[in-house]
Ligand binder design. Structure first.
Ligand code: F6R
Length: 366
């Protein structure tokens, strides 16, 4: 049921505060200062002895894997590789019995991800699933796992599945960081407390909806769009571009902001909207100078900024604010306006938001 929402996608975007809360319920124990996840606890030695973690997934779930790469490496100091399941399965990958493979899938039915899991198992790896659909094929095929508990996702464009996947992966990274001693006690507690504030901050980010609608109206006729971000927010730029492509059919590309000068900057002119994730934490000054480069070539700038920001506001055509948080958790907030922007553009263009052409909710063929 869509309740009072026009589309499942919008409903699911608005469900994110409660979905994220459901994801960490019973797991995140702030007062006790611990994270409980049976699938990790029962296999802790496998995780702690892993020389590396290989993440396999497709589409939006692959983007969640990329965010996780930054989080795992930063917090738990475990090398991470993120692979498209469809490439991994066909390229004779080097997998050892001391590797941990994490498969991420909302539906738990994606054929390529399933094949990658079977291959990793044959090679002796321990395979951990992060699925949303309980009892799905992937959740049964993996050795252990953690559900996202986001509730049913009906809209073909993945929204709450993405933010809850990141939440689960953050919990795992923090848990391993604590067990490995790669995070200080005070930093660990600070992360737990901050994670607990995220649903409320997502709620605040959603309050920009009317403003985002105006931005959407301004750029709905664009033929192309660029999305830029750095660090933890580089994968969010990829995800923002995918959301726009799949539901509005506008061509969009995501890039790490610093890669601009190696080619894509040639595309910039007064017709080109560029969405730049420029939150105050993480390479802020460098992103501001990337914005200056776009502006001097007449590009139109939509900045996703931390509330109260003034530097980007002075340069950008529009800014959309999100609440402040620690850098590792910014993707959970910066994703929200990008989802809403794509949604409104697609609706204004009269597209079938919940069932875009050529796409299916679960891709059970390769
Ligand atoms: C994008 C989208 C797809 C899926 C991909 C993987 O919005 O929905 O890119 O993310 O098909 O699906 P799952 O996560 O079910 O394996």
């Amino acid at each position: 049921e869509k309740n009072n929402f026009d589309h499942f996608m919008l409903k699911e975007i608005y469900e994110q505060p409660s979905a994220i809360t459901d994801t960490y319920r019973g797991r995140l124990q702030v007062d006790a200062g611990l994270i409980r996840m049976a699938g990790v606890d029962d296999n802790l030695e496998r995780f702690l002895n892993a020389k590396r973690i290989v993440i396999v997934a497709c589409g939006t779930s692959w983007h969640a894997g990329l965010v996780a790469e930054y989080i795992f490496e930063d917090l738990a100091r475990i090398p991470v590789e993120v692979e498209y399941a469809s490439e991994f399965r066909y390229r004779n990958p080097i997998i050892n019995s001391d590797d941990v493979v994490i498969a991420i899938s909302q539906s738990g039915e994606t054929a390529d991800t399933m094949a990658a899991i079977k291959l990793a198992k044959e090679k002796g790896a321990f395979v951990f699933g992060v699925c949303n659909v309980v009892g799905s094929s992937i959740s049964r095929e993996t050795h252990a796992g953690a559900y996202t508990h986001a509730g049913p996702e009906i809209g073909v464009a993945s929204t709450k599945a993405f933010t809850t996947q990141i939440t689960v992966l953050t919990l795992i990274a923090l848990k391993l960081a604590k067990a490995k001693g790669t995070i200080s006690n005070s930093d660990f507690h600070m992360h737990l407390r901050e994670l607990e504030t995220i649903p409320g901050k997502v709620e605040l980010a959603l309050e920009s909806n009317d403003h985002i609608k105006k931005v959407a109206d301004k750029y709905k006729d664009a033929r192309n769009c660029l999305y830029l971000g750095r660090g933890f927010n580089f994968p969010v730029a990829l995800e923002g571009a995918l959301k726009l492509k799949e539901i509005s059919y506008i061509h969009a590309e995501g890039y790490p902001a610093a890669e601009m000068k190696h080619g894509p900057i040639a595309l910039i002119d007064e017709e080109m909207p560029v969405v730049v994730i420029a939150t105050r934490k993480g390479h802020y000054e460098k992103v501001v100078s990337n914005i200056q480069e776009i502006k001097s070539r007449q590009g139109k700038i939509i900045g996703i900024v931390t509330e109260g920001d003034t530097s980007v506001r002075d340069l950008a055509d529009y800014v959309i604010e999100v609440p402040d948080t620690i850098e590792a958790l910014t993707p959970l907030l910066t994703t929200i306006p990008l989802q809403l922007l794509s949604y409104h553009i697609a609706v204004m263009l009269g597209k079938n938001v919940d069932q875009p052409r050529n796409l299916a909710k679960s891709v059970t063929v390769e």
